[in-house]
Design a protein around this ligand. Structure first.
Ligand code: AMP
Ligand code: MG
Length: 338
């Protein structure tokens, strides 16, 4: 199969993409978080094609994307009032809420769970594609399972060429990390299962309780029960071995000098300074920039032939928690404190 590259500004190609989805095919789709692999969430054969293209474990559920939150009642059996408040404030946008599912969502989509994650994307092209397709769209990140998420159409092409019929090019993703995933412990308590652009502080403004799940920062023990299946898988890892290094700019520079080699790279903040003979990439000077750049940097390091990568640990507050969460998984929880 040849994978076609569509342009988001070409209405005919968007219609063609929607036709593919109606026919049970999978299409690469831009969103404001990362690129997704879009298919009809209610068609088990279409959803099976997503799992196959990604090589995704069958118990890792897919998020269902809708054009409007008012449509969520059609695929769920209970929505707490708090969810409407959250949707009013943060949707459309980078937040996924988990609810008990109804029969319209097949178990293949929910990874065998009785719940379903619902998100209303803000990206105009994603919304248009949902409307034109006339169905809820299951869309996991459009990377090969385990590899860093795609934030440009070229990343999707690299991972999915020959496996899906088309990718819609919508330029670079605005956020750069996947949506915040939350579930409801009770009608007034939200549990963050995956950190993203909607932060704990943002959710607290609604007057609810907010719990940050332990698995966000800590490794899940083998066999341990998790609230979100994605937590237990290796994630976001380039071929290079990634290690996080926790320390200030000066001590990182000294660390780099001691550990430099031809195929060792350092991933640093924009304003960090390393000796001339150290290989490095910069990933931003604040959390928003770092979120935007992190996945493309991890992919770029592989292109450069890096074998070892040492990353200066980001700030863990606000959006920084999302960046840290992706990096610590890319590093298989290896952190050096200097
Ligand atoms: P991705 O599709 O790559 O953005 O990953 C989606 C992640 O959202 C999964 O790995 C899960 O951890 C989480 N998720 C999706 N649906 C559910 C659900 N019903 N219950 C718990 N976690 C979910
Ligand atoms: Mg993913």
């Amino acid at each position: 199969m040849t994978t076609l590259l569509f342009n988001e500004n070409n209405p005919k190609q968007l219609l063609q993409a929607a036709e593919l989805i109606k026919n049970g095919e999978v299409v690469g789709m831009p969103t404001e978080t990362v690129y997704g692999l879009a298919a009809d969430a209610c068609n088990p054969d279409a959803v099976a094609r997503i799992f196959k293209a990604k090589g995704r474990p069958s118990d890792n559920p897919l998020i269902v994307h809708l054009a409007d939150f008012s449509d969520a009642v059609n695929y769920t059996s209970y929505i707490p009032q708090l969810a409407y408040k959250i949707a009013d404030k943060f949707s459309p946008g980078p937040i996924t809420m988990i609810f008990p599912k109804n029969d319209r969502i097949p178990y293949i989509t929910s990874g065998g769970l009785d719940t379903v994650g619902i998100r209303i994307p803000a990206h105009a092209t994603a919304r248009k594609l949902i409307e034109l397709s006339g169905c809820p769209i299951a869309a996991p990140s459009a990377n090969t399972s385990g590899y860093p998420s795609p934030t440009e159409a070229s990343h999707v092409m690299l991972d999915m060429n020959g496996k899906i019929p088309a990718v819609i090019d919508g330029g670079k993703c605005q956020c750069g990390v996947e949506s915040t995933v939350i579930s409801f412990d009770d009608d007034n308590t939200v549990r963050i299962l995956r950190p993203g652009f909607v932060t704990k502080e943002d959710l607290l403004t609604l007057g609810c309780e907010v719990i940050v799940d332990n698995a966000i920062l800590n490794e899940v023990a083998e066999g341990e029960k998790v609230s979100s299946p994605g937590m237990k898988y290796t994630h976001y890892s380039p071929a290079a071995k990634v290690t996080l290094v926790e320390g200030d700019s000066e001590s990182f520079s000294a660390f780099a000098n001691k550990n430099k080699s031809e195929d060792t790279y350092f991933l640093i903040f924009d304003n960090d300074i390393l000796d001339n003979d150290c290989n490095f990439l910069t990933y931003g000077s604040n959390s928003t920039q770092q979120a935007h750049n992190i996945f493309s940097c991890l992919r770029r390091l592989d292109e450069l032939g890096a074998k070892k990568v040492y990353v200066r640990v980001p700030d863990k507050n606000g959006v920084g928690l999302a960046v840290y969460n992706r990096l610590i998984r890319a590093a298989g929880f290896e952190v050096i404190k200097i």
